[in-house]
Write a protein that binds this ligand. Structure first.
Ligand code: PEP
Ligand code: MN
Length: 293
């Protein structure tokens, strides 16, 4: 890496590539994030019902996803919107893991909830609104669980890397960076997908990078194209919102793919993955629905 990048990100030295550390591979159960496999995390924005979660888990698994996402604690823009099922949601996620074999990523919003969320989740998600909540970052880091660190919607790449550095400083090397779109003057899309940040993060940092085209786009029609662009920008995986009936979703329905659209999107990634010499690891071993559980 050229000296200028080192200088520019001088206060997050340990997240930058060095000759002895070119790529961190985060181990999650039997999975490696940042390794040879392109890892898709998919599922509903919010955990709503047992049926919604199980149906989604089975479907996304059959399409090649390796990790189930779903919010039990929801940071909503409106204080009057559904805030999540909390502990009950975490229990539903754990049951879905048991049934589907998928690992679980879910958001933790408060420092006090870290031990409880860490008991159920394989990966702790730090949401965009909490990227600079340093006491939460420290508590999450100390749980020992891998951390999916979402870029703050008003955060620069340097801000994101500083938060990642703080997690490393608290003894947790398993940080996964996530670009989910930033707030700009453009309002046609929900956020502006910063594809340049993905390319940059892959260039300067050894940490795995996941792209979230759903929260960037805000409109489901745009999600597949942004997912394909993410593959070509060398992201290590995707975070995608999927719902059995997006029009009835309790949160983020406009940007959620239905089952058929998710299936189609995953298939459309193949030629782009092939250009990178990658495949979707789960496609070959995905079990038919009857055999699951
Ligand atoms: C989410 O993943 O559902 C979420 C709330 O994401 P973000 O923090 O990026 O808005
Ligand atoms: Mn969401």
């Amino acid at each position: 890496m050229r000296g200028s990048w080192q200088e520019r990100f001088a206060d997050s030295p340990d997240v930058l590539k060095s000759p002895s550390r070119l790529q961190t591979v985060v181990q999650v159960r039997d999975l490696e994030i940042g390794g040879a496999e392109f890892v898709t995390m998919a599922g509903p924005c919010s955990v709503e019902t047992e049926f919604q979660l199980m149906a989604t888990a089975h479907h996304v698994r059959r399409c090649g996803a390796r990790i189930l996402r779903g919010g039990a604690f929801k940071p909503r823009s409106s204080p009057y919107a559904f805030q999540g099922h909390g502990l009950e949601g975490l229990k539903m996620l754990a049951r879905a893991r048991e049934e589907s074999g998928l690992a679980i990523v879910t958001e933790v919003m408060s420092e006090c909830d870290v031990p409880m969320v860490a008991e159920y989740a394989d990966i702790l998600q730090i949401g965009t609104r909490n990227m600079e909540n340093y006491s939460l970052l420290e508590a999450a880091a100390r749980s020992g669980r891998p951390i999916l660190l979402k870029r703050g919607m008003m955060a620069t790449v340097a801000d994101l890397l500083r938060s990642a550095q703080l997690i490393l400083d608290n003894g947790n090397p398993n940080v996964i960076l996530c670009e989910r779109g930033i707030r700009t003057f453009e309002t046609a899309t929900r956020n502006t997908f910063d594809i340049g940040a993905i390319a940059l993060l892959k260039y300067i940092s050894h940490l795995p990078v996941i792209a979230d085209p759903s929260h960037a786009a805000g409109h489901r029609e745009l999600v597949p194209a942004l997912a394909r662009i993410s593959v070509t920008a060398e992201a290590d995986g995707l975070l995608v919102e999927v719902h059995p009936n997006p029009d009835k979703a309790w949160s983020d329905g406009d940007q959620s793919l239905d089952f058929a659209d998710f299936d189609q999107m995953m298939g459309s990634l193949d030629p782009y993955l092939a250009l990178r010499g990658l495949v979707l690891g789960a496609t070959a071993d995905a079990r038919p629905m009857e055999a699951v559980g």
